[in-house]
Design a protein around this ligand. Structure first.
Ligand code: HEC
Ligand code: HEC
Ligand code: HEC
Ligand code: HEC
Ligand code: HEC
Ligand code: HEC
Length: 295
């Protein structure tokens, strides 16, 4: 009984409110159409471009969803994001904020988060050289240097840190531990201690080829390449291993010349020192004679 009374009272109040509202509205002239966004929301060159709004908002799209609908199809804004962001996930697609906006398979920079495409900018750096321009070894997976998020809001993806997290695994960490572990230095943009760039050592004591050693170990040069120096410096044969350019065999390895490497490592190099099979170089395995094995 009490419930019905309350409901009735509410209904009456509501009806009165409605009536008075419509009365007020009919009294005033409707305002000119107010745009929620400033001019240029669709123009990438404008400071009011919507991408910049998102960036200023620490890349959070939730506020956009309030008006443009959870699935970005228009919502109360009656303006769909999906007209232009046509890939599955709409604006949450992996190439929206970084990578090639026109190619869903290219999600790594270039373009970086600031729109840069130059390899000297830190967001771009040597991504291409590792991902699809690797002349020395297999193309490197993202996961060797980053944890890959499955979706935009995955933990660890977007956070308060200004830069991308570089967290090594796989081949980069092979044979490393403790102080010897790979590190990316955000202040100098240097990669230190990666297996790939020569942080390796192999013991004579456990080798089947003790005659190939001049010391107890063969050691790489453990070079520290700078991420955004992409001028060929770090692909010279004696950067990651080698005593010199003319003898790039590692310290502790019998002396050789670059034209001779191919006689004992014939599946990897030819007699001019060119890498003939990228799958066999920087693959975490020793390739000597026709053998391939791990140590
Ligand atoms: C008229 C077409 C169009 C519409 C509508 C549109 N976008 Fe975009 N958006 C673009 C283009 C084009 C770019 C890439 C611009 C560039 O090359 O930097 C972009 C870039 C972005 C970026 C990346 C920004 C950056 O700086 O990297 C985000 C995030 C984004 N849009 C979100 C949205 C959301 C959310 C909506 C809907 C509320 C939306 N967009 C609607 C065309 C559109
Ligand atoms: C308070 C509601 C509201 C919010 C929040 C909002 N928008 Fe909008 N948006 C609108 C409305 C309404 C329009 C329709 C045109 C206009 O009024 O500017 C629009 C239009 C747009 C357009 C142009 C679409 C077209 O088809 O021309 C883009 C792009 C856009 N919004 C992006 C965004 C992005 C990105 C965000 C989040 C940072 C966002 N909006 C947040 C209400 C909103
Ligand atoms: C060889 C290591 C390496 C690989 C492989 C790699 N990245 Fe990166 N990535 C980096 C480094 C280093 C940075 C720069 C960090 C900084 O800002 O100093 C970076 C930065 C980024 C950024 C941030 C760009 C910006 O503007 O700040 C994104 C996004 C990114 N990487 C995505 C990817 C994706 C996606 C892949 C795989 C398709 C990938 N990366 C593969 C090392 C790598
Ligand atoms: C709305 C913009 C946006 C979208 C969409 C987006 N990213 Fe990112 N991504 C970023 C930003 C910003 C960073 C770097 C910032 C940070 O680390 O805090 C980043 C960094 C990365 C990195 C470098 C490692 C890291 O977490 O810092 C990888 C890898 C990456 N994104 C992959 C993806 C994948 C895969 C998707 C699709 C599932 C995706 N991104 C979608 C904005 C975006
Ligand atoms: C980016 C670092 C890097 C550069 C530059 C590099 N190497 Fe290597 N190289 C390695 C690593 C790491 C190994 C250890 C074995 C492995 O993982 O394949 C290796 C091993 C070798 C081997 C032994 C056979 C094998 O693969 O096990 C030969 C021969 C060799 N490199 C020749 C060369 C020549 C010739 C060049 C120049 C064209 C060169 N390397 C440039 C990293 C590099
Ligand atoms: C006379 C044969 C011989 C010649 C010539 C030779 N190597 Fe080796 N190399 C070996 C043997 C044997 C090993 C040790 C394999 C083991 O311990 O399992 C080795 C090991 C290595 C390693 C470290 C382990 C690996 O394979 O990843 C590198 C790097 C390497 N050689 C590079 C070179 C380069 C570069 C040249 C030419 C400058 C060269 N070698 C010339 C026989 C040779």
């Amino acid at each position: 009984m009490k419930k019905i009374t309350i409901s009735l009272t509410l209904l009456i109040i509501f009806s009165i409110a409605l009536v008075s509202c419509s009365e007020i509205q009919s009294d005033i002239t409707p305002p000119a159409k107010i745009s929620i966004h400033k001019e240029g929301v669709n123009n990438p060159a404008s400071p009011n471009f919507h991408g910049k709004l998102v960036k200023e908002n620490n890349w959070d799209l939730k506020s956009c969803q309030q008006c443009h609908a959870a699935n970005y199809s228009g919502g109360t804004a009656k303006a769909s994001c999906l007209d232009c962001h046509r890939l599955p996930g709409g604006p949450e697609a992996c190439n929206t904020c970084h990578g090639d906006f026109t190619n869903p398979y290219k999600i790594a920079p270039p373009r970086d988060l600031n729109g840069n495409i130059s390899e000297s900018s830190r967001g771009v750096g040597s991504h291409i050289k590792h991902l699809d321009g690797n002349t020395l070894g297999n193309d490197v997976e993202c996961s060797v240097c980053h944890i890959i998020p499955r979706s935009l809001y995955d933990v660890g993806h977007i956070d308060s840190v200004a830069y991308a997290e570089v967290i090594f695994s796989g081949l980069a960490v092979k044979g490393t531990s403790g102080l010897n572990q790979p590190r990316y230095k955000y202040d100098s943009l240097k990669c230190a201690n990666t297996y790939c760039h020569g942080n390796f050592s192999f013991d004579r004591a456990t080798s089947n080829y003790t005659w190939a050693f001049t010391q107890a170990q063969m050691v790489g040069n453990n070079s520290t390449p700078i991420w955004n120096v992409v001028d060929g410096t770090y692909k010279k044969c004696n950067t990651c291993h080698g005593k010199s350019l003319t003898d790039p065999s590692p310290v502790g390895h019998i002396n050789s010349t670059i034209s001779a490497c191919g006689s004992c490592h014939p599946t990897v190099v030819d007699n001019q020192g060119n890498i003939i099979d990228k799958e066999k170089h920087i693959n975490g395995k020793i390739n000597v004679f026709n053998l391939e094995y791990e140590r």
